[in-house]
Design a protein around this ligand. Structure first.
Ligand code: ZN
Length: 449
């Protein structure tokens, strides 16, 4: 876009959308599949664009080929408030080209969509943030706070070379009051007339648990009762039957209350009074059957990996399974390990945590950031309800929240269930309309802040 403009009314959002699509197309052509990540070249590409607009980006290498970009637009209207950090990760999950209708790193623009792994998660958001930073600078809008843009490596595995590393080694560069991250979005549920704008204020804790059964090896023609695979299968059968209790956390209660008016009776009444335990005998069965709510109301356990045996005629001495467990806020990971052992009821099957979740406080849904974003969505977006949200998945927001920052997860995009399923799925893409919408939402929100 041209430099030196000074009237916000001049912004041609259609042109901004088209330019954002071009930039995203080029950014998507860097293969940043993690592992191994290799984000450095993609980050360098973004830094070059920023330099063309007279920014001074910092590139911080956490390991060979693993790079993070930090750039700051200083406050211009004083006295400054604490900064707002715009954050998007540069790495993506793997894509199998055989399953895609065009190569996942082609960055093709076709049918008013930009196609490629990362288009939604999370390179689209990164390019939106970059465009807004350039717009804010070129239009010289007065800012009460520094705006920091962070593009980091390594979100899709563990953050070790990205946000967690930065918070340990360069906290001064990214310290902010508010963090804008991925998480919720504008989603239109099937058959619903309006959107749900879910802004993530908390997330479940991710815990990986390894179950190992140890028995005695032997020839398969002479079965015996100490077969490790048999033990493991029995343990897993007990876990599959395990009914964990439902618990409503504050973000979910608030979400139910805000969404209540959009539902018909009896949901409208039960949701509105979700905080009252008298409603629970009727409310819980409804939530349990609802795909939106069921992962948000209890600790979940998913069996994800199984390994045992080397040959079909040998009884294996060892069998192993991995469980992906997502804990509600406030749950103690140690006590869930005790629960697993109690359900399995077999000391020959060991239960060990591979990694423990990071405990973090929820972000305040009455804070200025949340209110500014909610106001913008009401003004710019199609009719909908803005609600705080508990993310069932993990994002880097957990690191920011633990470091005392208020992190909010919201991809400023309007999606339906089908588009949403392309995240980490096949033929991921983002519409040019969403790039335009997202840029406008971020721009207007930051103006309000
Ligand atoms: Zn992501």
């Amino acid at each position: 876009m041209s430099k030196g403009k000074n009237l916000k009314s001049e912004i041609d959002w259609a042109a901004v959308g088209a330019e954002t699509a071009e930039l995203l197309s080029r950014y998507l052509q860097f293969d940043t599949t993690n592992p191994p990540g290799n984000e450095a070249a993609a980050v360098q590409f973004l830094a070059d664009i920023l330099r063309q607009h007279d920014f001074t980006p910092h590139i911080l290498e956490s390991a060979p080929g693993r790079a993070n970009l930090v750039v700051r637009l200083p406050a211009s209207a004083g006295p400054p408030s604490l900064p707002c950090l715009l954050y998007a990760h540069a790495d993506v999950v793997p894509a199998n080209p055989a399953e895609w209708s065009s190569p996942p790193f082609s960055g093709q623009i076709k049918d008013d969509f930009v196609w490629g792994r990362g288009a939604l998660d999370d390179k689209g958001l990164g390019i939106i943030f970059l465009q807004v930073l350039i717009l804010l600078k070129n239009y010289g809008l007065p800012l009460k706070r520094d705006i920091i843009l962070l593009i980091a490596a390594d979100e899709e595995t563990c953050g070790r070379y990205g946000v967690a590393w930065l918070l340990e080694h360069h906290p001064e560069l990214i310290r902010a009051e508010y963090v804008w991250d991925e998480g919720g979005m504008g989603l239109r549920p099937a058959n619903a007339a309006h959107y749900i704008y879910s802004i993530a204020v908390a997330e479940k804790g991710a815990l990986t648990v390894r179950l190992t059964a140890r028995g005695a090896p032997g020839h398969a023609s002479i079965p015996h009762p100490n077969n490790a695979s048999d033990q493991l299968v029995r343990a897993l059968a007990r876990l599959a039957e395990w009914r964990r209790p439902i618990r409503l956390t504050p973000p979910v209660i608030e979400m139910l209350k805000r969404l209540a008016p959009g539902y018909a009776f009896p949901r409208s009444l039960l949701f509105a009074h979700a905080g009252n335990r008298l409603t629970w005998p009727l409310l819980f069965p409804l939530l349990d059957k609802d795909a939106l709510f069921s992962p948000l109301i209890r600790n979940t356990v998913s069996l994800t990996m199984l390994r045992s045996g080397q040959k079909s005629n040998i009884i294996p001495a060892e069998a192993e399974a991995k469980l992906d467990i997502r804990l509600l806020p406030g749950e103690d990971p140690a006590s869930i390990l005790g629960d697993l052992r109690a359900v399995i009821k077999d000391i020959r099957v060991s239960v060990e945590a591979e990694d423990m979740p990071v405990a973090h406080p929820a972000s305040d849904s009455a804070a200025d950031f949340f209110l500014a974003l909610a106001d913008t969505l009401k003004a710019v977006g199609p009719p909908g309800v803005v609600t705080p949200y508990l993310t069932p998945g993990a994002t880097d927001s957990r690191f920011f929240r633990r470091a005392g920052m208020k992190a909010y997860g919201f991809m400023p995009m309007l999606l339906d269930a089908q588009e949403l399923s392309r995240i980490h799925g096949i033929d991921e893409r983002i519409s040019v309309a969403n790039l335009r919408f997202g840029t406008q939402v971020v721009f207007e929100t930051l103006r309000k802040l």
